[in-house]
Write a protein that binds this ligand. Structure first.
Ligand code: NDP
Length: 289
């Protein structure tokens, strides 16, 4: 059976280390990193994410600022709020919870956040930096995946990595990070031929598709490390469940290591958001390290 990659434990470790860093920043620099989260509308899943983010932000000793706006908020009103937050010295990270209501242009909003306060790594400048000099802020979900992969496998040099999914928030940045880590990277998507064979060639298999249990154990190379990013809400035998894009039962019989859903990538994503906020606070103050 595969080793379970315990995302909750990795996230707790990262938060503990962040709490120490935050305490030092306060003592030595009188700096308390602040994260502003903007939620437009009443999407229930988004409300849960925002609540969890705020709770964990406070737990590590940072400041949390929540801005909840009604679903019918005009784009200009949202942009004005972001401009205010861009100029607020107590705010070092700004996160606009996605998805936004359909009348709001997502990329206009994302790129209105100062790239120095972007903690999602979605601003065009940070996307560009990730794909060139490797600096800037890295999107939270792929960053969390990379941290777990390095903790699990050590040096990733030369490994074959296959990423199923080419979204801007997961698949593409994941590929950039694994390329930087010297993996040989292939990105698969809905038009890929022989997805099964491709997956079976992977030493590292990352599934970020959004289709419940799409990847069975027969697609996994024996001993491979499987990172399941998918979060799918399904109903099974009258019960609501969260499952990944990988069929956990069959894949864990073949893989060397695997992330569970829930309890794998999800917890690390929020911990990496806090990490990015601390990094931005330090950068804005010119603090090295
Ligand atoms: P998107 O819908 O933006 O992208 C899905 C990708 O999967 C697309 O590139 C699509 O290909 C590809 N795809 C769809 N069907 C197939 C198929 N049959 N075979 C191969 N590829 C396919 O999703 P996201 O990247 O935003 O999210 C992916 C999953 O990860 C979701 O379940 C989401 O909830 C979860 N997620 C989890 C996070 C966490 O913290 N754990 C954070 C973010 C996302 P094409 O481009 O050709 O359409």
């Amino acid at each position: 059976m595969a080793t379970v990659i315990d995302g909750k434990a990795y996230a707790q470790k990262l938060r503990n280390s962040l709490a120490e860093t935050v305490a030092t920043l306060k003592k030595d620099h009188d700096l308390v990193p602040g994260l502003a989260v903007v939620l437009v509308g009443e999407d229930p899943a988004s409300q849960v994410y925002v609540r969890n983010k705020a709770k964990q932000t406070i737990e590590v000793g940072m400041q949390s600022f929540e801005h909840k706006l009604p679903a019918e908020t005009a784009q200009d009103t949202l942009l004005a709020l972001i401009e205010k937050l861009n100029g607020d010295d107590s705010v070092h990270g700004i996160l606009v919870q996605l998805p936004l209501p359909s009348h709001i242009h997502e990329s206009t909003v994302i790129n209105s956040v100062s790239h120095d306060k972007d903690v999602d790594g979605f601003h065009l400048i940070n996307v560009g930096r990730l794909n060139t000099d490797g600096g800037g802020v890295v999107p939270c979900t792929p960053l969390g995946c990379l941290m777990m992969l390095k903790a699990q496998l050590g040096d990733l040099t030369g490994l074959n990595a296959v990423i199923v999914g080419r979204s801007n928030i997961v698949g593409k940045p994941m590929a950039a990070l694994l390329l930087q880590a010297n993996c040989t990277v292939t990105i698969a998507h809905s038009r890929t031929q022989d997805l099964e064979g491709l997956c079976r060639s992977a030493d590292i298999l990352v599934a970020a598709v959004g289709r419940a249990r799409m990847v069975p154990g027969s697609w996994v190379k024996p001993g491979a490390t499987v990172i399941d990013v998918g979060i799918n809400r399904i109903e099974e035998q009258g019960k609501r469940r969260l499952v990944g894009d990988v069929d956990y039962d069959s894949a864990s019989a073949v893989a060397g290591a695997i992330t569970p859903v829930p309890g794998g990538v999800g917890p690390m994503t929020i911990a990496c958001l806090l990490h990015n906020t601390v990094q931005q606070a330090k950068r804005l103050r010119g603090i090295q390290g």
